[in-house]
Ligand binder design. Structure first.
Ligand SMILES: *Cc1c(COP(=O)(O)O)cnc(C)c1O
Length: 388
């Protein structure tokens, strides 16, 4: 059994709701790539993949081989795209997982080509363009060599171009619309050079772009944040899927005028009841939440008053006299009628919520809400995996 003083709860029903919400907003011809990088944004590929499969999502986006391996072990037979440039070792190690690789330029294409040759494969690839000005990877049409580079990639016979892609730097509708227009022109030229049959899919949209700027959708959209109920796109009906839960470990009374926690950043202004919650920055809560974040206990909000420590924080429960050792504490998520939302965490921490919760999955035990546990997936029968 679980003896950790804190854990993550994943609401798989929220994820299946969110897929349905997103699907309703997209044209039927737009393919949906369910993004499960960073172990499904901390929610766990093992918990999320069965939900995607039940919803008929047959294309996923990963970053690590492990994510793809877990998906394949769960019986996922659809396409898998890697959403970043991989190292040669990763590509060689991904042999039987059939991951379509993200190509970040001519030099990187040669790495992918040599990994393909050393493992005696042809690898389907998505060639990145810098149409949006992210300037992380991708071929830039402002360089003199761009046509020659694309043509050279087209001559690498161990690669097969199945996609032309880009990625947006900003969640701003105007910025996305401009980037999408540039991508429209540049990707058409790239398709002509790389995939003369015109069969390569074009894609650049994330959750925000796909749900805010229809012209960014092209052939497929890569949806991560919205699956987990965390997007700044103006969409109603999405539900957060992750909760961070702990419990009260100790409660004590302190007189007025006592400083609390490291560096004495808080001083009691009255006789106070202070409770210890056994989680801190070692559990993926940033230290700058100290003095700013609220948590829920007995269905009410209580402030984290101290400068958060490595493995504990102190909350002020003076106004909630019923609080006892062992009471459930919610640091993110709902309790009764109250909620600590992603927005609350962002306001308190000054970080995007994903910066917090993607780490939680690796630091805390994780479980699906009991009432939503997906039926076990039966690995489908049938021969070896093949590229589609
Ligand atoms: C993470 C990621 C996405 C998904 O973005 P969301 O905003 O989470 O929907 C799409 N494409 C790439 C390349 C990514 O890295």
């Amino acid at each position: 059994m679980m003896t950790s003083p804190a854990w993550i709860e994943v609401d798989t029903a929220a994820i299946s709701n969110n897929i349905a919400v997103v699907r309703r907003l997209l044209p039927e011809t737009t393919q949906l790539c369910g993004v499960v990088k960073a172990d499904a944004y901390g929610h766990g590929v093992d918990l999320v993949l069965p939900v995607l499969m039940a919803a008929g999502v047959d294309l996923i986006g990963v970053t690590s081989n492990d994510e793809a391996r877990t998906a394949r072990a769960l019986g996922f037979r659809g396409r898998v795209i890697r959403l970043r440039t991989a190292t040669k070792e990763e590509i060689e190690d991904a042999g039987d997982l059939l991951i379509e690789e993200w190509v970040g330029g001519l030099q990187h294409a040669r790495i992918v080509e040599s990994a393909a040759r050393s493992t005696r494969r042809t690898i389907p690839v998505h060639v990145a363009l810098n149409s949006t000005g992210l300037s992380r990877d991708g071929i830039d049409f402002g360089t003199t060599a761009y046509r020659a580079d694309l043509a050279a990639i087209g001559r690498l016979t161990a690669l097969r171009t199945v996609g032309i892609c880009a990625h947006f730097p900003c969640e701003d509708a105007g910025d996305v619309a401009e980037g999408a227009a540039a991508f429209r022109a540049q990707s058409a030229e790239a398709v002509a050079l790389l995939a003369p049959g015109g069969l390569a899919q074009r894609h650049c949209a994330t959750s925000f772009a796909a749900l805010t700027v229809p012209s960014s959708r092209f052939d497929l959209v890569r949806i991560g944040a919205a699956l987990y109920g965390d997007t700044s796109a103006p969409v109603t009906g999405l539900r957060p899927a992750i909760a961070f839960v702990s419990q009260i470990a100790a409660v004590n009374e302190y007189p007025e005028g006592r400083s609390v926690g490291y560096d004495r950043t808080f001083v009691t202004r009255r006789a106070s009841r202070l409770a210890v919650v056994p989680v801190g920055y070692g559990s993926g809560l940033h230290r700058n939440l100290g003095g700013r974040a609220d948590v829920l206990v007995r269905g009410r909000r209580a402030r984290v008053v101290d400068k958060l420590a490595m493995n504990s924080c102190v909350i002020d429960v003076t106004d909630i006299p019923s609080v006892r050792i062992g009471d459930e504490v919610v640091l993110c998520g709902s309790q009764g009628d109250e909620q600590i939302s992603f927005h609350d965490l962002e306001r308190a921490s000054g970080q995007i919520a994903a910066d917090l919760y993607t780490a939680w999955g690796g630091l805390l035990p994780r479980r699906a809400l009991r009432e939503n546990r997906a039926a076990p997936v039966r690995p489908s029968a049938g021969g070896p995996l093949v590229w589609r």
